[in-house]
Design a binder for this molecule. Structure first.
Ligand SMILES: Nc1ncnc2c1ncn2[C@@H]1O[C@H](COP(=O)(O)OP(=O)(O)OP(=O)(O)O)[C@@H](O)[C@H]1O
Ligand SMILES: [Mg+2]
Length: 376
């Protein structure tokens, strides 16, 4: 053990350029690989979990699979990883048909929600274990190189100073970081993460999001992670795949899916959305509803407007959100509730008019709305 600590100290004093070269060592053998899912369906009994799914994941990208519970995210991840075989369709890995390729031949790293570390092994051995498996699989035995790698991975996750600790002696967030290091130890060509931060408390989850992005910048392995937390998907991923009932609704950058939702489901699922009935009785007249983000509602103020299009609404709730204020209003003509978000500066101007803010004139029409493209 002492020898390892000495090695650790020696490695700790290496220059930045050497460290950089060393971090390249982490990806040297594990080349990146793209994934193509072609027309994949998967049934469990009579239930269709994946319904003709087509998806391309580019080599080196960081992609989130996002959707409600039971929408098929984990099933698709498992199909990509070879833990499930699709009923129909093809999975291409790095341009090769891998639909029936055994999981151990796919060169992928997995991390699941519950950190599966070995409790009886200190952290450096937990990471080393992954490398040992890799070496056995490839008929290599190079203990010195292995230790270097284990410590460079612990350094990568900023935990080399805890290398002697056991899993029971570190926090949940730290365990997940070790689980990621261990997954990287096999020099995977793809990392598959299923709700890797799901069991952690919200503050730790937030820290780990930034941390995962940075890790991906340092080791740009193709990474697919499942989450049902849209904030997490937005903050971490370069690209988001939105699932609903076994089908993909949209694939796009976080900005795309938020600003240009392709379907009414996406518009309602991503971000907070008001469903506005423009005219009383519009259901009968078959006039489509408008979907409007709380920040898209135009707020005039308490004075009646000198132009048409505004509706008078009663404020039913005001909630302080830090740099913004959330309000819930009821449109007097229609009786519908609507959520509004205004900046604090805007809120101050509203307050300036009258100390007791009870009513607001608002405009719930908007230029761009999904139903112009997709009628619902
Ligand atoms: N082995 C199985 N046997 C039977 N049904 C299954 C099996 N695995 C998944 N399912 C069903 O397939 C559907 C999709 O499951 P999946 O685990 O992919 O959902 P998910 O999007 O990951 O949901 P969550 O966010 O809750 O994890 C669910 O209705 C689930 O009950
Ligand atoms: Mg799941």
């Amino acid at each position: 053990m002492f020898q390892h600590l000495t090695q650790c100290r020696v490695l700790g004093s290496l220059s930045y350029s050497w460290r950089r070269r060393e971090s390249l060592l982490i990806t040297k053998r594990g080349r990146q690989m793209g994934i193509l899912v072609e027309n994949v369906s998967k049934n469990f009994g009579a239930f269709r979990a994946l319904d003709h799914v087509n998806l391309e994941i580019k080599s080196g990208s960081l992609v989130a699979l996002l959707g409600p519970s039971g929408s098929g995210k984990s099933t698709l991840l498992r199909v990509m990883g070879g833990l499930e075989v699709p009923d129909t369709g093809t999975v291409w890995l790095g341009g090769k048909d891998a639909t029936y390729q055994p999981v151990q031949e796919r060169n992928m790293g997995f991390v699941f929600q519950n950190y599966a570390l070995f409790p009886h092994m200190p952290l450096y051995q937990n990471v080393d274990f992954g490398i040992k498996i890799y070496e056995e699989m490839h008929g290599i035995s190079d203990p010195e190189q292995r230790w270097k790698r284990a410590y460079s991975l612990l350094r990568l996750i900023e935990m080399e100073h805890l290398s002697d600790r056991y899993p029971g002696q570190i926090s949940g967030g730290q365990k997940q970081r070790v689980a990621l290091a261990r997954a990287l130890a096999v020099e995977p060509r793809v990392l598959l993460l299923d709700e890797p931060f799901g069991a952690l408390d919200p503050n730790i989850r937030k820290d780990l999001r930034g941390w995962l992005r940075t890790l991906h910048e340092k080791v740009p392995v193709t990474t697919v992670f499942v989450t049902h937390d849209q904030q997490e998907a937005m903050e971490v991923a370069n690209e988001i795949v939105i699932f609903n009932e076994g089908r993909i609704e949209q694939v796009g950058t976080p900005k795309d899916v938020y600003d240009n939702p392709a379907t009414p489901f996406v518009k309602q699922f991503i971000g907070s959305t008001n469903r506005v009935k423009q005219t009383p009785g519009s259901e009968i007249e078959n006039i489509p509803d408008t979907f409007l983000r709380p920040h898209e509602v135009k707020v005039l103020g308490i004075e009646p407007p000198n132009q048409s299009g505004y509706q008078r609404s009663r404020i039913t709730d005001i909630c302080f959100g830090g740099s913004f204020i959330k309000m819930k209003c009821q449109i007097l003509d229609t009786g519908h509730d609507i959520r509004i978000v205004v900046s604090r500066a805007k809120y101050r101007t509203l307050q300036a008019e009258q100390s007791k803010l009870e009513y607001l004139w608002i405009d719930t029409t908007q230029e761009k709305s999904v139903e112009r493209i997709y009628s619902i």
